[in-house]
Design a protein around this ligand. Structure first.
Ligand SMILES: [Zn+2]
Length: 92
């Protein structure tokens, strides 16, 4: 039986609400730097996507991460995120 409330976040790719733990956090640091937060502890404003290249691609196309974080995201950051997701997927 689950008593504790699980925090849900919406994936910016598929638009589904999922437990925070199952999503990848993209964070904008106070200095304005965008990165993937794989441990969920980086400071700054966060946006969430499933750890899936498809969801990232959808969010990228619709510029939802840009909107959520209110900042432009350079293509190389998206590429780095995609790369990190692929690597993370290999570890599982
Ligand atoms: Zn998703």
């Amino acid at each position: 039986m689950q008593q504790r409330k699980i925090p849900l976040r919406r994936c910016l790719g598929c638009n589904e609400s999922k437990p925070k733990k199952e999503l990848v956090r993209v964070v904008r640091s106070p200095a304005g730097e965008i990165s993937l937060d794989l441990v969920g502890k980086k400071p700054g404003r966060g946006a969430y996507v499933c750890p899936s290249v498809q969801c990232l691609a959808k969010a990228r196309k619709a510029k939802r991460i840009e909107r959520a974080l209110d900042t432009p995201i350079p293509p190389e950051v998206y590429d780095a995120m995609e790369q990190q997701m692929k690597e993370a997927a290999h570890d599982q």
